[in-house]
Design a protein around this ligand. Sequence first.
Ligand code: SF4
Length: 172
Amino acid sequence: MASWFGRNTEIRIDDCDGKGACTGACPFAESMDFAPHQLMRLLQIGDDSCVLRSNAAWICTDCMACNAACPSKVDVGGVFAHLRRISIQEDATLPPDVEMVRLLHDAFVEELKGYGRVNDVHVAMAYKARSLDFTDLGLAFQLFSRGRLRPFAARKTRGFREWFASIEEEGG
Ligand code: SF4
């Protein structure tokens, strides 16, 4: 098993028999550089050179169709979520298109930590500030003029940041 994978997780990847039911069920497997069953195999044999640079964990949408299909009850979706956490902790280098997904993920999580809820406009602005991609600003103005964007601050949910910090401390 990849040396870092067992950190802060109890997911049992050795139960995976590699038959690929997860890949058959995954609606996004074709867009991944490694399909779910291939990624599980790479983790089992400890080939960590490419796993953290893979786009797969960042394309995964947590739909959990893989978990529902797995006859061995392996938490494949949990593996992908764990890979995203490790990738952030290790500051892994990602392909440019996947890096954009990660920046959006970071903006979303920061908003959630700050308010306990998500305002789309805040997330979009934080993402733009991180990515410096302003190519679709015209679309934002169109949406705003039609009243589809509400840039006002969400009311904070008290104690959410502390709760989030306690989860992170526990390795979540
Ligand atoms: S949770 Fe991720 S890996 Fe599993 S089926 Fe959904 S998109 Fe695919």
